[in-house]
Design a protein around this ligand. Structure first.
Ligand code: ADP
Length: 441
């Protein structure tokens, strides 16, 4: 169609809208393309005296359909360029450009047709063309009225969009307030928890300091008392021996018995005092292991010899297995011997039938020394308690003892960098395991 006089602008606009409706553009887009078209038409009429207008449906490389409008100016554009009077025009369509088509300079605009629009067959196009030819262009007044209506509906839409935006903003603000309140609450809770944890730690520190002081006082007390007791108890034993000596004045049978009682009680007391002193020394950290490469075979040989002299029930065998050579471990020989002697001694003391066995097994990272017996066993719930000072399994005290041997042994093993554990069931004997790292650390 042609654009030559002012009135044609309205016709171009009207046709543009009709075509937009026919190809299935949405309402907003119909108004947009019609408005863009009338703006460009006005510019071209003023600048070059008119143009020829052609509508086309084209398909882009991605298969999408576009409504394309070409305006071919009747005389060349000044400088071959075109800038719309209103900068907003370009925003009304997808593309607005000036290009050369078969040596003509053309102003081309296009708008995408929604995918949901009815497909345009050749027949449908022909039909549309016929409709457009038939429909008479409306008058300027009609077109103005239509334009006004469109303007009113566009304004209406803008207002409802603004309202929607305000509502969304309000909602967003509310959500933000909620999130901030939640954040504040969480921060407060975290702070309160932190304060609680800090207070708890302070209390813990204080308690462990108190415990340390109490334990140090206990060790000091034990060390002092036992040290002070040792001299008089030793003196009592010596004096009792003197009294019973054949070179002294003869005693009556009863006196002899009483002196014997004094001696054995004093000996028990001395054992207790010595053990207390050992334990106090181990607890105060005053025992410094003397590290050396110790040959377990030699150590076991010594134990075998010294323990043979121990009083044991007739039906109990003491078996000290020979460790496979080489059997060296970096440790303190005296302390380790003390621990093993203690465990073997206990085994012999509590076992009335069967055997007490010492065995050494080498593991990739250390030595596992076990002292097992076929004695009465210890109930599992008492496994921790037998390592407490002075604790004796009920009924076992009649065979003598102080309840200090195992806690002392465990302390020594810990000093040697190892552990001392117990596995036992009543009636199935006991196995004490000393684990020592090969390099003593
Ligand atoms: P004690 O001087 O009484 O032997 P220990 O500390 O060496 O003190 O042992 C604590 C207690 O553990 C013993 O009194 C005894 O009840 C129990 N116990 C220790 N070794 C054995 C064992 N081999 N078999 C059974 N009970 C044992």
């Amino acid at each position: 169609m042609t654009l030559r006089v002012e009135q044609d602008i309205f016709v171009v606009r009207q046709r543009g809208r009709e075509v937009a409706v026919a190809v299935g553009l949405e309402r907003q887009d119909q108004v947009r393309i019609a408005t863009a078209l009338s703006e460009v038409a006005r510019d071209l009429l003023r600048a070059v005296g008119g143009a020829d207008v052609a509508f086309a449906i084209v398909e882009s490389a991605d298969g999408r359909r576009h409504l394309r409008v070409d305006l071919t100016p009747v005389t060349p554009l000044p400088g071959g360029r075109y800038e719309p009077e209103s900068g907003a025009v370009a925003r009304l369509v997808d593309t607005l450009s000036v290009l050369t088509v078969q040596r003509d300079t053309v102003v081309r605009m296009s708008r995408r047709v929604p995918a949901t629009a009815r497909a345009l067959t050749a027949e449908r196009l022909a039909e549309l063309r016929a409709q457009l030819v038939e429909s008479a262009p409306s008058t300027v007044e009609d077109e103005l009225a239509t334009q006004n209506l469109q303007l009113v509906s566009a304004l209406d839409e803008v207002r409802s969009q603004r309202d929607e935006l305000a509502r969304l903003n309000e909602e967003l603000e509310q959500t933000n307030r909620g999130v901030m309140a939640l954040y504040q609450q969480l921060t407060d809770e975290l702070e309160a928890t932190n304060r609680g944890v800090v207070a708890l730690y302070a209390e813990l520190d204080e308690k462990s300091a108190q415990l340390r002081t109490a334990s140090e006082s206990k060790s000091r007390f034990l060390a002092n008392v036992s040290h002070e007791l040792r001299a008089p108890v030793t003196a009592i034993i010596g004096l009792a021996r003197l009294l019973a000596d054949s070179a002294s004045d003869p005693l009556t049978t009863e006196q002899e018995q009483q002196v014997g009682l004094i001696r054995s009680s004093a000996s028990d007391l001395l054992t207790l005092v010595n053990e207390l002193l050992d334990l106090a020394k181990a607890e105060s950290g005053r025992i410094e292991p003397e590290w050396a490469e110790v040959d377990l075979r030699a150590l076991f040989g010594q134990l075998r010899g010294t323990l043979r002299a121990l009083p044991a029930a007739e039906e109990v065998d003491l078996v000290v297995e020979e460790p496979a050579a080489p059997a060296t471990v970096r440790t303190d020989e005296v302390l380790l011997a003390q621990v093993l002697r203690n465990l073997l001694h206990n085994g012999m003391k509590f076992t009335t039938r069967g055997e007490v066995r010492l065995r050494a097994e080498q593991r990739p990272d250390g030595w596992r020394l076990t002292v097992s017996d076929t004695g009465p066993g210890i109930p599992p719930q008492l496994h921790d308690r037998v390592f407490e000072e002075f604790y004796q399994v009920p009924g076992s005290s009649r065979v003598g003892g102080t309840g200090l041997g195992l806690p002392y042994a465990r302390r020594l093993v810990n000093l040697l960098g190892g552990t001392l554990e117990l596995a036992s069931e009543p009636g199935l004997g006991s196995t004490f395991t000393v684990w020592l790292p090969s390099d003593g650390t």
